[in-house]
Ligand binder design. Structure first.
Ligand SMILES: Nc1ncnc2c1ncn2[C@@H]1O[C@H](COP(=O)(O)OP(=O)(O)O)[C@@H](O)[C@H]1O
Ligand SMILES: [Mg+2]
Length: 330
């Protein structure tokens, strides 16, 4: 018998905006020509709370001239002026990259903390380089051995992985969803095709158990696939060693007014501490991780008006599931 030590259902639709704000890296200010802040977004609010409503007060004596010059340059230019500024919060770090321009006599500043940017870009490049290296290697190998058939699945799977990575970063930039009515049972069949191919390539056993229903859900197919691929990647990465016992199961179950999709792995599981932090964007326990996967899954499922749930037992495995509501019959 499996005892679930922790089960959390998180992120309602109302929390979505709050979450997007958290995930967003953008700092936005609207200031008057003297540097007084008239408006800002939540990220900007944190600075205002600490240093007051004068933009120039964000900077220590060492950097205040640079900030003043930046404001002057914006006032004199008809174009966007960019500057890397070190405010008091990140004097030692890389600073914040601001784009500034004037609009209706006011100055609009849009900034990005370059540390976060640099980290994300670094991870992004790193993540794309891995599959590219594999694809290159296998193409060379297949040319050399003339056994294209043998390497074909790996190459395809790696290309698929690059798609996922690119999609994740695209979704971060808040692309809109497009929904179609879809039978969850049909959706599961598509997921089975996807999962079984991936599992075969990675030498992981795969099984499924899908309940039938006549009902439909509103689904953005690409995005739900993106969720499942992210969950699959996590399960694969969690398996400590390649051995014959590694197994992944897709379960589709009919629930009250909706359908639950569960991905079950028999990997090492997570302890309480990890589960507690799992809801936070950019939380990762991996040295090369991005911490984007789960955050993004939650966001996508919230956009589907569904719920997302993780349960895990250390040394037994993890079940990540999401519930999509049925479209009420007309
Ligand atoms: N199936 C799983 N088994 C064990 N740990 C998991 C699983 N899925 C997620 N995790 C944990 O959750 C963390 C966050 O996952 P995710 O948001 O996808 O970011 P990343 O994979 O880049 O670390 C992981 O670092 C890992 O510790
Ligand atoms: Mg992940």
């Amino acid at each position: 018998m499996i005892t679930i030590i922790y089960r959390e259902s998180f992120l309602t639709v109302t929390e979505k905006e709050q979450f997007e704000e958290q995930l967003s890296m953008e700092i936005r200010f609207c200031i008057d020509p003297s540097g007084h802040i008239l408006e800002c977004n939540k990220k900007g609010q944190a600075l205002v709370e600490q240093f007051g409503h004068d933009f120039l007060k964000f900077f220590s004596d060492l950097y205040v001239d640079e900030a003043q010059n930046f404001l002057n340059a914006i006032k004199e230019s008809d174009d966007i002026v960019t500057a890397l500024l070190h405010d008091q919060l990140n004097e030692l770090g890389l600073g914040t990259l601001y784009n500034g321009f004037t609009k209706n006599g006011q100055i609009i500043l849009v900034g990005f903390c370059t540390q976060t940017l640099a980290r994300l870009t670094g991870e992004f490049v790193h993540e794309l380089r891995n599959p590219l290296t594999i694809i290159k290697g296998f193409l060379q190998l297949s040319n050399y051995t003339k056994e294209y058939e043998k390497y074909h699945p790996v190459i395809l799977s790696e290309i698929e992985r690059m798609h996922t990575i690119l999609d994740n970063f695209l979704t971060m930039s808040l692309r809109k969803c497009t929904y179609k009515k879809m039978n969850p049972h049909e959706l599961c069949k598509q997921l089975v095709a996807l999962l079984s191919a991936e599992c075969t390539v990675n030498h992981v056993a795969f099984d499924y158990d899908i309940a039938y229903t006549e009902n439909h859900c509103n689904v953005d197919l690409d995005r739900v696939k993106q969720v499942v691929i992210n969950l699959l990647r996590n399960a694969m990465e969690a398996f400590e060693a390649k051995n014959n016992g590694n197994k992944i199961v897709l379960r589709g179950s009919v629930e009250d007014r909706g359908y639950r999709f569960s991905l079950i792995d028999n990997g090492p599981g997570m302890d309480r501490e990890v589960l507690k932090h799992l809801g936070q964007p950019l939380y990762t326990t991996k040295s090369k991780g991005t911490g984007i996967g789960i955050s993004l899954c939650k966001k996508i499922i919230a956009e589907h008006r569904g719920t997302f749930c993780v349960s895990s037992v250390p040394r037994k495995g993890t079940t990540v599931s999401f519930y999509l509501p049925f479209v009420s019959p007309v």
